[in-house]
Design a binder for this molecule. Structure first.
Ligand code: SF4
Length: 52
């Protein structure tokens, strides 16, 4: 786990100390450009957009 997404977009991604996993904060509206940046730099291609 590189923590890149947390560094790029800490408003959305955070490390859950209980699970040891990166999780997404529930928001009404997400900062799209910051998330797209995190997607671009994630070395594992582990982040994607999902529609409701
Ligand atoms: S989701 Fe991607 S950018 Fe975030 S910690 Fe995992 S590998 Fe790194």
């Amino acid at each position: 786990m590189c923590m890149g997404c947390v560094e790029i977009c800490s408003a959305v991604f955070y490390l859950n100390d209980d699970t040891g996993l990166i999780e997404v904060i529930e928001m009404d509206a997400y900062p799209e450009s910051d998330i797209d940046e995190a997607i671009k730099y994630c070395p594992e291609n582990a982040i994607c957009w999902e529609q409701d």
